[in-house]
Design a protein around this ligand. Sequence first.
Ligand SMILES: [Zn+2]
Ligand SMILES: [Zn+2]
Length: 251
Amino acid sequence: MLVDTHCHLFFDELKKDLDGVLSRAAALGVTKFICVGTNVEDSQHSYELSLKYENIFSTAGVHPHDSEEVPKDYLDQIKILLKKPKVIALGEIGLDYFKNISDKKIQKNIFREQLELAQEINVPIVFHNRDSDKDILDTLSKFPDVIGVAHCFSSSYKVAKKLIDMGFYISFSGNLTFKNSHLPDVAKKLPLNKILVETDSPFLSPVPHRGKINEPGRTRFVAELLAKLHGSTINQIALITTNNATNLFNL
Ligand SMILES: [Zn+2]
Ligand SMILES: [Zn+2]
């Protein structure tokens, strides 16, 4: 059994045929899903899905792209959601200096405010980092009690190592399978008890489905490559990564 620790099931591409999406995932051995919110409204949607489906869990948080659009009381709304059953982490939060859809300063502010909340109510975070290693590490180091996962990891081994030392898990998505990626070399060197797998679907479809709408079932391709890199089996990878997810998120 595999857990897709990061998918966005509320997006139309997946939601319009969710039962089909979930049964195709089951056929590939992926049977638990963490549906990750990207703003207050989508976090509410994720929560509603987790009420409807036994094997869907959810998170609540504001993505760096959505930072400029937050309602004034967003922290209160997220806090309310985080008290509900099956809402298991604060996220996705973070910084994205690649797309810079929201102003850098605002991104940083919203990231910090949500980290304060994570610290206050003691929940793990799911964070997004694109081209912002330094600010991510600097900011996280100010919250030594906060742990969680570096989702869709795309940085260097050095950064992965630092994050693991700070108590974080590293989650690999379809970009692990992309041609010429540096990530297999990173994944090879990391301890399996610190690795999670995800799809970030509907985005980032792995090889051999690159460029198509991604689905949670394709967590399988990420796990298969991990098995190859670690000289392990898919069953062993499934066991360890599921165990990691269960421990971190208290599933
Ligand atoms: Zn992300
Ligand atoms: Zn995401």
